[in-house]
Design a binder for this molecule. Structure first.
Ligand code: GLN
Length: 483
């Protein structure tokens, strides 16, 4: 029987390769078969270049035969399509970048390659990482593998759908305001956003630079820990990374336990408007943790209600600046205009044709909040709110090891429900964006199912560079829930 990767974890694949139960070529073929079988219905991948990937796999097999024992040797990792991989397209699911070929490897790509892994497929996403459903992709729709009439969440919808749908062992993605944690919760996998500065952003297409963070989409917390050890660390090419040692995060999970864990439950995250089934699932999980020996206490993060507005001001301001380079000259497809047209016509037409409506809306909004006369009123105020949000968390972590909340207000919804209602989409990020605003770490793990059988996720939040505490807590919770 051929290899089946649908339930296979990263850690199981590593063991299988090390014990020579199967080769990397067999593993990649199994991934390819899974994609061939399922992805026509799901649409998680934008591309899977089997020839190149099999080539990498066979090189890994040859190295292993010579005694190479690097931990990720021969492991295929799928990528949200915004990581530069030398010589390959990196479209960000935007028409603007349809023809862009990456001239170099992002630092995280160099790092996974150094650990023996290789890029294996480009995954669909909301255009330029802007959105919550993956419906903003310029190229295709991705369906939720659990319920194909529903969205997978976004912006890393392809990354979650590929992992949860059994078409990838694990994937790398980015999260600026929830883009990993939200689709993980909609699809039922583990989505992890490390602290700002833990993982290099060099070579990763930016959305909002002070909020963007590379993270992982996996089947288990252990797999997230394994990948974090491979990608984390200080990078001279990203001045916002910190020189903090990178432990073996998987080893640090040993003996993880709920006994004595101090869990804060912020009351501002359990409010009207959140689906009652989501609230019930998250509360039931927390009760279980208390029974298993955790100290659970309700607490307050008083500035929560302002965080999402401030997030949208900060993120769009930064997006308007970052995306200015997509002008058809420095980057992006140049639209042909009438010879007599001036430079502005060319910029205008390139952007009009190259970018989707949500991206344009964000750029316009971001330009507005940075314009003279509005800057103090909006942008500077949002920065002040950001500081307050951060202070709330700092205070909380004096008393608690981790905080637990719902990931988002509901379960995966049907297509089209938020497309004409950007405000509703915005509210989906209400419990997620504060974590990015504060630069701390957060993880989404499955904690139950709705009555319709849709996955419900819970968010666990840890302090800045508190990845060991966070992952240990999440690992213990995952075991306690047995999901
Ligand atoms: N949904 C959020 C937004 O559209 C977050 C995006 C992200 O994390 N990249 O701004």
């Amino acid at each position: 029987m051929s290899l089946d990767i649908s339930e296979m974890t990263l850690s199981a694949a590593m063991d299988g390769l090390a014990q020579k139960d199967f080769s990397s070529v067999e593993l990649v073929n199994a991934v390819r078969d899974a994609i061939a079988e399922k992805d026509e219905n799901i649409g998680a991948y934008l591309a899977f270049d089997a020839d190149t990937i099999l080539q990498d796999a066979s090189e890994a097999d040859a190295l292993r035969a010579k005694g190479d024992e690097r931990c990720l040797l021969g492991i295929p990792i799928a990528l949200k399509d915004l990581f530069n991989v030398e010589g390959q397209p990196c479209t960000c699911a935007s028409k603007m970048l349809e023809n862009y070929i990456a001239p170099f490897d992002a630092t995280v790509i160099s790092k996974i390659k150094a650990a023996g892994a290789f890029p294996a497929g480009r995954l669909n996403m909301d255009e330029l990482a802007i959105g919550t459903t993956t419906e903003n992709s310029a190229f295709k729709l991705t369906k939720n593998p659990v319920a194909p009439d529903r969205v997978p969440g976004g912006s890393s919808g392809g990354s979650a759908a590929a992992v949860a749908g059994g078409m990838a062992l694990a994937s790398l993605a980015t999260d600026s305001g929830g883009s990993i944690r939200l689709p993980a919760s909609y699809c039922g996998c583990v989505g992890f956003k490390p602290s700002y500065g833990r993982v290099s952003r060099y070579g990763v297409a930016p959305y909002a630079s002070s909020l963007d963070q590379v993270g992982t989409m996996t089947k288990t917390v252990e797999d997230a820990a394994i990948l974090l050890s491979a990608i984390a660390g200080c990078d001279q090419r990203d001045q916002t990374t910190h020189n903090v040692p990178v432990p073996d995060y998987r080893e640090m999970l040993a003996g993880s336990s709920l006994e004595g864990l101090r869990i804060g439950v912020p009351r501002e995250y359990f409010v009207d408007g959140v689906d009652s089934e989501v609230l019930d699932s998250v509360r039931a999980a927390i009760d279980k943790f208390a029974k298993a020996g955790a100290h659970v206490e309700e607490m307050s993060l008083p500035h929560t209600e302002y965080a999402i507005s401030a997030y949208y001001i900060c993120s769009t301001a930064e997006a308007s600046s970052n995306l200015a380079r997509l002008d058809g000259v420095r980057y992006g497809k140049r639209s042909v205009t009438d010879d007599r047209g001036d430079l502005n016509d060319m910029y205008f037409t390139s952007r009009t044709e190259g970018l989707g409506p949500d991206v344009k809306r964000r750029i316009i909004f971001g330009t507005f909040v940075l314009s003279s006369g509005r800057y103090e009123e909006y942008y500077v105020r949002a920065l002040k709110v950001r500081t307050l949000v951060k202070q709330d968390f700092n205070e909380a972590f004096k008393k608690f090891d981790v905080l637990m909340t719902p990931v988002t207000a509901g379960v995966a919804h049907k297509f089209g429900e938020t497309q004409n209602d950007p405000l509703k989409a915005t509210l989906n990020d209400m419990f997620l964006a504060p974590v990015n605003m504060a630069g701390i770490c957060g993880i989404s793990i499955p904690c139950g199912k709705s009555s319709e059988g849709l996955p419900v996720g819970m968010q666990i939040i840890g302090p800045s560079f508190g990845e060991v505490t966070l992952l240990r807590a999440a690992d213990a919770c995952e075991k306690e829930l047995g999901l």
